[in-house]
Design a protein around this ligand. Structure first.
Ligand code: ZN
Length: 311
């Protein structure tokens, strides 16, 4: 898939302003983030030159100064204005998307709006309007949309925008992937941490603890165990550090570990000497033994074992 991205305004045109923001700066910021996230999904990205203004270029008859032919989809990013609510009143303006009247379906745009809604941005719907740049893109046979991400002059919108900046990128890219049937790969800090051996997330710590529990105790950790061992692992521990001192070594000190190991040992001797799983009475008997070699001796010397060997 190939994706076109246009940052609205620029080249001397600040666009709308509000809450200390200039639209032209924010559209570049959003497009840079989206480009990175689309590329993380293996999607080729064509960005309109950040120092140019697509509307001006088209309006002056220069035409689009980026080659969007061969793209499957293009988004022009803007910020809405007109709410003039810089003090904030907990009422979110929200997101709207424009497509040209020539667009036959708006499936992808609906998914973007639903995803943005999940982050708290009111769904203002898909509207039809022949905006200049998206119209030029559509004339290349490329589906195009103009995204009014949220209201630059509404403090509630811009607060939500800053708080969710990365999530907004993820949700837009995953919506486009869903709309175009392309596999989505989240470009998160978490994924980078795993790759680069940086700090473990709580989820990664749980994973390590459960894995060790099953290996040493034959069961996953309960909630208390997870929390306890998570607290033992240092905050700056990395996935590929040696974590045995924090988890494995402690588990090995426990009675449960000693008993589980003895049970497993009894099982192995039964399977080797008698060719069967231990019964409850046998298990109870041999669990009382203090030394593994005594367990082996008594099972090896039992009538059942002798009969099996033909003695
Ligand atoms: Zn604009």
């Amino acid at each position: 898939m190939r994706m076109g991205l246009i940052s609205g305004h620029g080249a001397g045109d600040s666009g709308a302003v509000g809450c200390g923001y200039e639209e032209a700066n924010e559209t570049v910021r959003v497009v840079r983030m989206l480009a990175e996230k689309f590329e993380a999904c293996g999607i080729e990205v064509v960005t309109y030159p950040y120092e140019r203004n697509a509307f001006k270029d088209c309006n002056r008859g220069l035409g689009l100064q980026a080659d969007f032919s061969g793209c499957n989809y293009a988004i022009e990013v803007h910020f809405n204005s007109g709410r003039n609510n810089e003090s904030g009143d907990d009422d979110i303006g929200g997101t709207e998307i424009y497509v040209t009247p020539r667009e036959e379906t708006t499936n992808t745009e609906q998914i973007i709006l639903r995803n943005m809604e999940a982050l708290g941005f009111r769904n203002r719907g898909v509207r039809s309007e022949n905006f200049l740049a998206i119209n030029k893109v559509k004339s290349l046979g490329v589906s195009s949309a103009l995204l009014e991400l949220c209201f630059i002059d509404d403090a509630d919108d811009m607060h939500l925008y800053e708080e969710n900046f990365d999530a907004i990128g993820n949700t837009i890219v995953s919506a486009v992937c869903e709309g175009f049937g392309v596999g989505y790969t989240e470009d998160t800090d978490e994924a980078e941490n795993t790759e680069e051996g940086e700090h473990m997330t709580n989820e990664e710590k749980n994973w390590y603890i459960n894995c060790t529990f099953i290996e040493l105790l034959g069961r996953p950790a309960d909630d208390g165990g997870l929390e306890n061992y998570r607290n033992q692992i240092p905050d700056d521990a990395a996935w590929d550090d040696n974590l045995t001192a924090y988890v494995d070594d402690n588990i090995k000190q426990s009675d449960e570990y000693a008993q589980y190991q003895q049970k497993e040992y009894i099982r192995k001797v039964y399977l080797a000497e008698l060719g069967r799983e231990p019964d409850a009475v046998g298990m109870e008997t041999y669990m009382c033994y203090g030394r593994y070699r005594d367990i082996y001796r008594d099972i090896h010397m039992s009538d059942e074992a002798k009969a099996r060997r033909g003695e």
